[in-house]
Write a protein that binds this ligand. Structure first.
Ligand code: NAD
Ligand code: UFG
Length: 338
């Protein structure tokens, strides 16, 4: 089947491209490269051995999206395209509402007009805000603590309203926990702009010598070693989750919302130690103040995904760190050195 991947040149989209191609689908990328690099396309060709179909354009351009859906006879859409930096969303909220919600509306209108009404939506554990307890199940209260989180939450609500209005819509909402790691080939991976705000790319940049040390944001949380705990999930496992979601939507025609996580929490120091072990490099750390808005613990109960999608994450923290390290070591400047 021809599957449209909005934002398919980005971190999660590129890994999902490979998983879909391996499952026998024909992925069609639609990306404006606002936060990705066109060099990824050649890497996808190298891994998949197949010509990569990519349409360079914006999801906010409804007639362009409609044209792409018609031209490729798209059966379903996986919608990754969005801005994702929490800090940037606080300083530039309108850009986030415009791109993440304006873009979603434009995409949904184009899908509706072409009667292509099967969608997988990238949501986030950010919709749980500061959870009352862990592990987190899908029925936990949702809240937002920043404009980025608000766009994900409103996006989910828009999709729910659409399903009520027209039951032909078949929508899988996937709430990702903390995607990390890279394809085992070392050819594609996470390529953040400037100083990484997320833990894993920061740690691998310290290991490769690009940065002097990691600031550990808080060592006085009520956790066993005092540092924050998250549910890190290998991006290849996450990509497989999308293939499973698509299969369920198409076979059963039922909508769902599931967590995609491992169900295991690891601390900042666990990640540092695992990276040191797989890389053989020291990762110097400095204890720093808590980062505003951070929570002590956030990890999933992934049993709904197991039940509904027949999917579970398989890769370990060591796999995540080893693959992130391979990508970093082979591409110290990300795709810009290509
Ligand atoms: P990414 O920034 O690597 O990829 C997003 C892609 O979308 C980029 O290639 C970008 O150029 C493209 N894009 C953005 N706006 C566009 C537009 N208007 N038109 C066309 N293309 C556009 O991000 P990612 O990590 O791959 O995240 C994918 C999705 O998953 C996002 O919706 C993000 O909010 C969500 N998510 C990510 C994480 C994470 O930690 N990476 C966690 C939870 C949810
Ligand atoms: N951390 C550090 N130092 C750093 C970066 C992070 O100590 O330089 C710590 C954080 O305090 C936190 C943990 O590492 O305890 C993970 O932080 P990340 O920034 O990697 O991830 P978050 O859980 O804060 O947030 C990420 C995305 C959000 C998304 C959320 C759930 O940035 O957009 O995962 O999917 F909502």
């Amino acid at each position: 089947m021809n599957i449209l991947l909005t934002g398919g040149a980005g971190y999660i989209g590129s890994h999902t491209y490979i998983a879909l191609a391996e499952a026998g689908h024909t992925p069609v990328i639609l990306d404006n490269f606002s936060s990705s690099h066109s060099a990824v396309l050649d890497r996808l060709l190298q891994i998949s051995g197949k010509q990569v179909i990519c349409e360079d354009g914006d999801i906010c351009d409804r007639s362009f999206v409609e044209d792409v859906i018609k031209r490729y006879q798209v059966s379903a859409v996986i919608h990754f395209a969005a801005f994702k930096s929490v800090g940037e969303s606080v300083s530039n909220p309108l850009a986030y509402y415009h791109n993440n919600l304006g873009g979603l509306i434009s995409l949904l209108e184009a899908m509706d007009a072409t009667k292509c009404r099967t969608l997988v939506y990238s949501s986030s554990a950010t919709v749980y805000g500061d959870p009352v307890s862990v592990p987190i199940t899908e029925d936990f209260p949702r809240m937002h603590t920043n404009p980025y989180g608000h766009t994900k939450l409103v996006g989910e609500d828009m999709l729910a309203a659409l399903r009520v209005a027209n039951p032909d819509w078949c929508i899988g909402v996937l709430r990702y926990f903390n995607p990390v790691g890279a394809h085992p080939s070392g050819l594609i991976g996470e390529d953040p702009n400037g100083v990484p705000s997320n833990l894993m790319p920061y740690v691998t940049q310290v290991a490769v010598g690009k940065r002097a040390h990691l600031n550990v944001f808080g060592n006085n949380y009520p956790t066993p070693d005092g540092t924050g705990i998250r549910d890190y999930i290998h991006v290849v496992d996450l990509a497989e989750g999308h293939v499973a979601a698509l299969r369920v939507l198409q076979e059963r025609g039922e909508s769902f919302t599931v967590n995609l996580g491992t169900g295991k929490g690891y601390s900042v120091l666990d990640v540092v130690r695992a990276t040191e072990q797989v890389s053989g490099q020291l990762v110097p750390i400095r204890m720093a103040h808590r980062r505003p808005g951070d929570v002590a613990e956030c990890w999933s109960d992934p049993s709904s995904a197991q039940k509904i999608l027949g999917w579970c994450a398989k890769k370990s923290l060591n796999d995540m760190c080893a693959d992130a390290w391979r990508w970093q070591q082979h591409n110290p400047n990300g795709y810009s050195s290509c």
